[in-house]
Design a protein around this ligand. Structure first.
Ligand code: 9D3
Length: 225
C-alpha cells in the first residue's frame, strides 16, 4: 500500500517511520512538502481567516495543486483524507475500510485550520484521531499509517492474527504475565502456570471481561446494542 503525506513539516516523519511495521517492504510512504506548491518568494501556505479571529488558516491553492500533481487522474482506490480536529473519529473499523484502497493521501492540517473548500471539494473524508487538541495533523497521520500498515498481509506473520483483535471483538485483551512467576511478592495467577488450556481460556475470558468493565464500560454498552 502506498501512502502520501502532505505537510509543512516533512522532517517530522524521519522518526516514526524508521521503525516498526512501516519500515517494511510493501508499505511505501512518500512525504510531500506543501511549500513546494507555492509560487511566492516567501513560500506562503497560510493566511488570516475571513471574518476575523485568532491565528492563521492553510490556503487552498497549494493543497489543491499538490494533490493534483501527485494524482493527475483519480481512481476509485485512491482516497484523499483531510486530518482535522473536526473529522469523524478514526477507529479500527475505519482502518479496515481504508485498507481496501491502493493509495491514501493524508493532508496534515496546522495552525487554526484548513480552508473549508479542501474538505468540501478535494477530500473524500475528514478524520480526527480523538477528542483532544493536537498542534497539527502530523501525529494523527503517523497513527493512521501505523494502524493500517500493520493490517496488511504479511505484517503480523500470521495473516489470521489480526482478525481477532480486541477492538474488533468489542472487549479488551486479557491481562498477561511473564517470568518471573513471583516478582516483589506479586504472583502471576496460578492457573496460567499449569497446562489446563480449557480452564485457561475460560479464566482469560473472565479476566478480559472484568478489565473491560472496569476500564472501558463504553465498549460493553456498545456490544449490548
Ligand atoms: C485550539 C484551536 N481549535 C479552535 C480554534 C481548532 C483547532 C485547529 C487545529 C484544533 C486543533 C488543530 C490542530 N489539530 C489537527 O490538525 C488534528 C487533530 C487534533 O487536534 N485532534 C485529533 N485529531 C486530529 S487530526 C488533525
Amino acid at each position: 500500500m502506498k501512502f502520501h503525506l502532505l505537510t509543512i513539516f516533512p522532517g517530522f516523519f524521519d522518526g516514526p517511520f524508521r521503525y516498526g511495521v512501516v519500515a517494511r517492504a510493501g508499505v511505501e510512504v512518500h512525504i510531500h512538502d506543501l511549500r513546494d506548491w507555492t509560487n511566492d518568494p516567501h513560500r506562503t501556505v497560510d493566511d488570516r481567516p475571513f471574518g476575523g479571529g485568532e491565528g492563521m488558516v492553510l490556503k487552498p491553492e497549494p493543497i489543491f495543486a499538490a494533490v493534483e500533481t501527485i494524482w493527475p487522474e483519480r481512481h476509485e482506490k485512491q482516497k484523499v483524507i483531510l486530518l482535522s480536529a473536526q473529522g469523524r473519529r478514526f477507529s479500527q473499523q475505519i482502518a479496515r475500510e481504508l485498507l481496501e484502497n491502493e493509495e491514501l493521501l493524508l493532508i496534515c492540517g496546522r495552525y487554526e485550520g484548513v480552508d473549508e473548500r479542501v474538505a468540501e471539494h478535494l477530500a473524500d473524508d475528514e478524520l480526527s484521531i480523538g477528542d483532544y487538541v493536537l498542534s497539527g495533523g502530523e501525529l494523527a497521520a503517523a497513527v493512521i499509517v501505523d494502524t493500517i500498515a500493520r493490517l496488511l498481509p504479511g505484517v503480523v506473520g500470521n495473516s489470521d492474527s489480526t482478525v481477532n483483535e480486541s477492538f474488533e471483538r468489542g472487549i479488551l485483551d486479557c491481562p498477561q504475565w511473564t517470568r518471573p512467576a513471583e516478582f516483589r511478592g506479586w504472583k502471576a495467577p496460578e492457573i496460567l502456570l499449569g497446562g489446563n488450556h480449557a480452564e485457561i481460556r475460560k479464566w482469560r475470558q473472565q479476566a478480559a471481561m472484568e478489565k473491560t468493565t472496569r476500564l472501558r464500560p463504553d465498549l460493553l454498552a456498545r456490544l449490548a446494542k
